[in-house]
Design a protein around this ligand. Structure first.
Ligand SMILES: Cc1ncc(COP(=O)(O)O)c(C=O)c1O
Length: 394
């Protein structure tokens, strides 16, 4: 099997597996005061220190959660509720059109149930936000804006956003900026303190830790309201017994990823460039995402005349695991909201294929894709042709 779907979930790193096995041997609840409880607490606090060091944050800014979705929800809803409680006029949320559904749906829920008004940041054909648009939106109604949410790196096309510039504009207007860094953490350098960002989401399984663990970095001066209430863990913002083995695995994975990043980034970037160049030589293949401001590991293609789903299934039959990059509803694929926001047509947005590379990827994986792709594209086009003709005849 050639696994090229690291952006969906990355294979577990051995360091994470070892840390989890060690932590699972400890019976204590990290909130208990006896010896086993203190031992569990020590593991969690060591993990907190390690996560903070890897991401340029203070340990007290690291809140453990169950993953990217919870971190995004806690940031978007928690900041919105706190800011509106402090000033009822602040009912607006600024967010980009290419956010992950964990941000989009959280904001949409606030619009549907809490009267939030959504203001959208557009992207250009490469998936890049224009900071000037944020400046204009905040100049018009910064005093009514509860928060801004913009992702560090897009999970479909891999474009990196100008986070420093966005944070500087947000700061001028005193509006907190939440950044979904789920795809960036581990592969891009992140310095939370220097970034000027108020809240930042990460998820362990995207960088070789376990699924079901994540963190929200939240500045001490950023007020938020909890989603769930209970024992008051994690500054009262995330009640619940800490999942110590998952937390230990997450910190070990991030430490491993950050320690190897210098060499790994270059290695993965060159494999991705090789894949993209080879795929780009096929007729009718378009590469999506920014040519230079991009994640090392994501190659995203639109292949004219076929459905991404068909390409995915044909590649799967040949032992290659990849993705169309976008979500599906009960198994029915939707045209990607990211590609539509980037100005692609519906058929182009449905003809997408994402290969995502990471710590286990080898040149043999890339060679297997480039071997398989011409035949797979020809088969998928042949399968799509009758439907296209029938559609045209109707
Ligand atoms: C950018 C981004 N945000 C959030 C998430 C959700 O993370 P999790 O799977 O940990 O809930 C994902 C996962 O695909 C993602 O890519």
């Amino acid at each position: 099997m050639h696994y090229l779907d690291h952006a969906a979930t990355a294979p577990l790193r051995p360091a994470a597996q070892a840390a989890m096995a060690a932590a699972m041997a400890e019976p204590g609840n990290a909130s208990s005061q006896h010896g086993p409880g203190r031992a569990a607490r020590r593991i969690a606090e060591d993990a907190r220190d390690a996560m903070a060091a890897a991401l340029g944050a203070h340990p007290s800014e690291v809140l453990f959660t169950s993953g990217g979705t919870e971190s995004d929800n806690l940031a978007v809803k928690g900041l919105f509720w706190a800011r509106r409680a402090a000033d009822p006029r602040r009912d607006r949320i600024v967010l980009s059109r290419i956010e992950h559904h964990a941000v989009l749906e959280a904001a949409q829920w606030l619009a549907d149930h809490e009267g939030a008004q959504l203001d959208w940041l557009d992207v250009d054909r490469d998936g890049l936000i224009d900071p000037a648009q944020l400046g204009a939106l905040l100049a018009a109604q910064g005093d009514r804006t509860a928060l801004i949410s913009a992702m560090w790196a897009n999970n479909e096309v891999g474009t990196l956003q100008p986070i420093r510039e966005l944070a500087a504009i947000a700061a001028q207007h005193g509006v907190p900026l939440h950044v979904d860094a789920v795809q960036a953490a581990g592969s891009e350098p992140i310095d939370f303190a220097a970034s000027g960002v108020s809240a930042l989401s990460v998820s362990a399984h995207k960088f070789g830790g376990p699924a079901g663990a994540g963190a929200l970095l939240l500045r001490r001066d950023a007020a938020a309201i909890a989603l769930a209430h209970g024992g008051g863990q994690e500054r009262g913002l995330r009640s619940g017994t800490l999942a110590v083995p998952l937390i230990a695995g997450m910190a070990a994975a991030l430490g491993d990823a950050v320690a190897g990043r210098g060499t790994e980034h270059a290695r993965i970037d060159s494999l991705r460039a090789m894949l993209a160049a080879g795929a780009g030589e096929l007729g009718g293949v378009q590469l999506n995402g920014h040519p230079t401001r991009r994640l090392a590991g994501i190659a995203h293609l639109s292949v004219s005349g076929c459905e991404g789903d068909a390409l995915l299934m044909l590649l799967d039959q040949q032992g290659i695991a990849c993705s169309t990059g976008s979500a599906c509803d009960a198994g029915v694929s939707r045209a990607s909201h990211v590609l539509l926001a980037m100005g692609r047509t519906e058929p182009q947005a449905r003809a997408a294929l994402r290969f995502s590379l990471g710590h286990t990827t080898t040149p043999a994986d890339v060679a297997a894709v480039l071997d398989a792709l011409p035949g797979v594209v020809a088969s998928a086009r042949a399968a799509a042709a009758p439907a296209t003709l029938a559609g045209a005849a109707r």
